[in-house]
Design a protein around this ligand. Structure first.
Ligand SMILES: [Zn+2]
Length: 95
């Protein structure tokens, strides 16, 4: 999945869920209405020393939405947005 496809599918999902309404909704911090959807999945590390064995790389694949005014970053679980069916095809490089 290209970055453009990831962005399009994320926006579609956020519209379906009513998060992006009348365009793209409002920033929770500054009430601005323009956002950048990061075109790569974000993999924040999850730390739970008791639940994870050494070979795991625990993470929750996320879609990032950044307010273009104040930079407030929201993360949405890509799985909950239905974006991981083609997970192996998602380009996670940063170029
Ligand atoms: Zn903002």
């Amino acid at each position: 999945m290209s970055g453009e496809e990831l962005e399009r599918r994320a926006i579609d999902a956020l519209h379906r869920l009513g998060i992006f309404v009348d365009g793209r909704g409002r920033c929770q911090q500054c009430n601005h209405n323009e956002f950048l959807v990061v075109r790569h999945l974000i993999f924040p590390p999850v730390f739970d020393a008791q639940a994870v064995d050494e070979d795991d790389e625990p993470t929750i694949p996320c879609v990032g939405v950044i307010c273009e005014r104040c930079g407030h970053l929201r993360l949405f679980s890509a799985g909950y947005l239905g974006l991981l069916e083609e997970e192996e095809d998602i380009d996670t490089s940063l170029n």
